[in-house]
Design a binder for this molecule. Structure first.
Ligand code: DAT
Ligand code: MG
Length: 149
């Protein structure tokens, strides 16, 4: 079953939106298989955002991610990688559609509340970067027959 890496960034935690975000993924029908509140080291933040290391915002992005705790999660379900990106919305919250997390709660690209893996392969790399195997629990929700035909 497909899995994706989701992180509620420091602004989402500080603004008390952890429950709201988790609730949206639960209500959609995805399964939580990993969850931790953590302070992020500079090394981890730099590795996570390595693809952006030449961009002008890289330094401030890394500094922001390390500035206050984040909630790191792994969610599972059919098509969860692409679907999570839709639930999250466009990178710039001002362009994100209402009904998406960024569209409903954000106004600034540097405070866009949440990260979600952008492709299946990225998701696999990010999950192994942020979680050890024993921190993840695969389980079969009893609701499965009511979610999948
Ligand atoms: P996404 O988080 O939607 O995958 P991304 O991978 O292009 O977006 O960028 C990673 C993060 O970097 C993004 O969530 C916020 C920050 N960022 C992106 N573009 C930015 C910009 N032009 N100015 C400031 N921060 C930016
Ligand atoms: Mg990205």
């Amino acid at each position: 079953m497909e899995r994706t890496f989701i992180m509620i960034k420091p602004d989402g935690v500080q603004r008390g939106l952890v429950g709201e975000v988790i609730g949206r993924f639960e209500a959609k029908g995805f399964t939580l298989v990993g969850l931790k509140l953590m302070s992020v080291s500079k090394e981890l933040a730099e590795e996570h955002y390595d693809v952006h290391k030449e961009r002008p915002f890289f330094g401030s992005l890394v500094e922001f991610i390390c500035s206050s705790p984040v909630v790191a999660m792994v969610w599972e379900g059919e098509g969860v990688v692409a679907s999570a990106r839709k639930l999250i919305g466009a990178t710039n919250p001002l362009s994100a559609e209402p009904g998406t997390i960024r569209g409903d709660f954000g106004v600034s690209v540097g405070r866009n509340l949440i990260h979600g893996s952008d492709a299946i392969e990225t998701a696999q790399n990010e999950i192994s970067l942020w979680f050890s195997e024993k921190e993840l629990s695969g389980w079969e929700p009893t609701l499965t027959p009511w979610l999948y035909e």
